[in-house]
Design a protein. Structure first.
Length: 330
């Protein structure tokens, strides 16, 4: 049976996922893309192009449209937009939901559904930092969602052309936990496409762990223009990043997402990646909206709910927010 899969957000990660799925599944897959502007024109004119880490370049056909009614109900929607773009595309995602459609959310930071089905002191907490009016939750109910943590490095070279640099890891899981059949099926589909896909019985813990590492490097790199190695080489800046991480670790311990690393252990892993330029710094340089609230603002919001002081997180949020406002990127 043909799988109908639509990519919403054909950027670095969305393009990588879509191209690999199309290459592996061939005629079993009808790949679509909800796109606008230059991305729509590129996908219609040249297809979806992927440059592999090996140097091989592949091109796959994709049915691209800016009209969700034309794309129709899907079996699987892969949402891979940056946080600031989600409110604008959520109505399109809702319009493509069929009776059994699942929504694989491959985004950075804390998602709107994070505390749905998650117990503890913050059970059911709506994250207004990422969904101020609750509209996203209304349009994309958490029972449709499959969370996805991406452990890979990709970049968008131009509209419709992405480059995969390293990593194949995808962790998937349901907001309510466990190993439901539909999550296992999606993991198997991703594995067929060559991804290192695993199922997490508590995906929120995996989301928090990834967030713990990139909630500092991203905004600090935007503030300074420095690559991660330069940030870690400065002992004062590294110490500030560690202080933010300790605040986030204290919050994580309260909500059931305990961190078993020290900041210095995480810094050592980041250092192995070399002189990488974070996605937020790339967005700043390209004059794209900054993905700040899901990475930092939501953490502060949870801390406030739990009455945990977060002075270092507050400073990082405030400085980066001011930068974004000055540049017109928030």
């Amino acid at each position: 049976m043909t799988q109908k899969i639509c990519i919403v957000g054909v950027g670095a990660i969305g393009g990588w996922l879509g191209a690999r799925l199309a290459q592996a599944l061939g005629p079993e897959l009808r790949l679509s893309a909800y796109a606008r502007g230059k991305s729509l024109l590129a996908l219609r004119g040249q297809g979806l192009r992927l440059e592999q880490s090996s140097g091989e370049r592949i091109t796959v056909p994709v049915h691209a449209s800016n009209d969700p009614a034309e794309l129709g109900p899907q079996d699987l929607l892969i949402v891979a937009v940056k946080g600031p773009a989600l409110p604008a595309v959520a109505p399109a995602v809702h319009a493509m939901l069929g009776p059994e459609t699942r929504v694989l959310v491959a985004m950075n930071g804390l998602p709107w559904w994070f505390f749905d089905g998650f117990g503890g002191e913050a059970a059911g907490l709506p994250l207004r930092a990422v969904d101020p009016e609750g509209h996203i939750a209304d349009l994309i109910p958490s029972e449709r969602v499959i969370g996805c943590v991406v452990h890979a490095a990709c970049s968008s070279l131009e509209p419709g052309l992405v480059r995969h640099q390293m990593g194949q890891g995808l962790i998937v899981g349901a907001p309510a936990g466990g190993r439901p059949a539909h999550v296992e099926q999606v993991a198997a589909l991703l594995s067929r496409a060559g991804f290192e896909a695993t199922v997490s019985e508590r995906i929120q813990r995996d989301i928090w762990f990834k967030l713990w590492g990139n909630m500092t490097m991203n905004p600090i790199s935007a503030l300074t223009g420095a690559s991660c190695d330069r940030i870690l080489d400065d002992e004062l800046v590294r110490g500030f990043a560690s202080a933010v991480m300790l605040e986030a670790a204290a919050i994580g311990a309260r909500i059931g997402c305990a961190i078993e690393q020290t900041p210095e252990q995480r810094h050592a892993l980041t250092r192995k990646l070399g002189a990488i330029k974070t996605s937020m710094l790339q967005d700043l340089e390209a004059q794209r909206p900054l993905e700040l609230m899901a990475l930092v603002g939501a953490v502060r919001e949870v801390g406030q709910h739990l009455r945990i002081a977060t002075p270092h997180t507050d400073a990082l949020l405030g400085l980066t927010r001011l930068l974004g406002r000055q540049r017109g990127l928030l």
